[in-house]
Design a protein around this ligand. Structure first.
Ligand SMILES: CC(C)(COP(=O)(O)OP(=O)(O)OC[C@H]1O[C@@H](n2cnc3c(N)ncnc32)[C@H](O)[C@@H]1OP(=O)(O)O)[C@@H](O)C(=O)NCCC(=O)NCCS
Length: 286
């Protein structure tokens, strides 16, 4: 969990250039008629292949250039790549094509020398993109590098949410993150599952992570799980069932090992949770 305020850039000129770059992108994206694919391609060309940024159209066709270079240039345009969600039967193509250029820009930025682990600029860029990708995005959203989504458009995100590096947010069936949620490094949150008989049979179901929840390092939350307010899922846990308010679940399948001492009326929560184990919910047993 990050407690320090986000540190700015020490060099004023670089900081000013970064802000100007972000402002230009923000105002271009604010135009509802903007060609997002073109914007994504131009932005990535500036960052990755500046020598071809002004003559991209002729360069991709230029037989004198190595084919690999031409393909790499072509792939800066999201219309020239396919993303995994485009192979999902339930993908709403119209909605996905609208957000795809922004997802491609997000993922591709993270692989540039400018992006990668460049925290301040990366967080600021993702703050521009997230509200235009998600169904809902609250204030102060903070995402570190290499976060991945399925559709993106099925994400509902509250205020002050932090998503750390290398997190997978599979929003096929929808993911709702409440306010002040923290998702630690390498966590996975799913909202789809496959039949054990026929893997082509997919069930999509919304996964809900309520206010103040912490999903810690490398934890996995399976589709449809409801992690109630202030709950916590420990490192490496696999939450297969619901987590009650203020409970800390660990292990595979994740089970409650304690109630947080700041639970309102901690003793009552503890007694209630002991009296009512839910055998149908593997993660709900104590
Ligand atoms: C879940 C967690 C917070 C529990 O911490 P805690 O309340 O201090 O719990 P304890 O360390 O006293 O452990 C309680 C019991 O659960 C076990 N346990 C704790 N974390 C576990 C985990 N991730 N997986 C399996 N068992 C775990 C302990 O071994 C202990 O078992 P025991 O009673 O048989 O000895 C912590 O272990 C964890 O996973 N932290 C992840 C790192 C973190 O805090 N990230 C926050 C970033 S947002």
């Amino acid at each position: 969990m990050t407690f320090l305020p986000l540190r700015g850039l020490p060099d004023r000129a670089v900081s000013a250039a970064a802000r100007t770059w972000l402002e230009a992108l923000d105002s271009a994206l604010a135009d509802p008629s903007a060609d997002r694919a073109l914007l994504c391609r131009r932005t990535l060309a500036d960052l990755s292949y500046p020598e071809y940024a002004s003559n991209w159209d002729t360069a991709v066709e230029d037989p004198k250039l190595p084919l690999g270079t031409r393909l790499a240039l072509a792939s800066l345009d999201p219309r020239n790549v396919t993303l995994e969600p485009e192979y999902y039967a339930e993908c709403d193509d119209e909605r996905f094509q609208r957000v795809k250029p922004l997802l491609w820009l997000w993922y591709s930025f993270d692989r540039t020398p400018l992006g990668g682990q460049n925290v301040w600029l990366g967080v600021a860029l993702r703050r521009l993109l997230a509200p235009r990708i998600f169904k809902r995005c609250g204030e102060n959203f903070k995402a570190f590098q290499h976060v991945e989504f399925s559709f993106g458009y099925n994400m509902e995100v509250g205020d002050n949410v932090v998503v750390h590096r290398h997190v997978l947010l599979d929003d096929r069936g929808g993911i709702r993150l409440g306010n002040n949620v923290s998702i630690s490094d390498y966590a996975n949150i799913y909202s789809h599952t496959h039949s054990i008989v026929d893997p082509r049979e997919v069930t999509n179901v919304q996964t809900v992570i309520c206010d103040g929840v912490r999903i810690t390092y490398h934890a996995t939350i399976l589709a449809g799980v409801h992690v109630a307010e202030q709950g916590m899922v420990g490192a490496m846990a696999v939450a297969t069932g619901d987590v009650r308010p203020y409970h800390v679940h660990v292990g595979i399948p994740a089970k409650s090992v304690r109630v947080k001492p700041n639970a309102p009326d901690h003793d009552v929560v503890l007694r209630t949770s002991r009296r009512q184990p839910d055998p149908d919910q593997p993660g709900g047993e104590d």
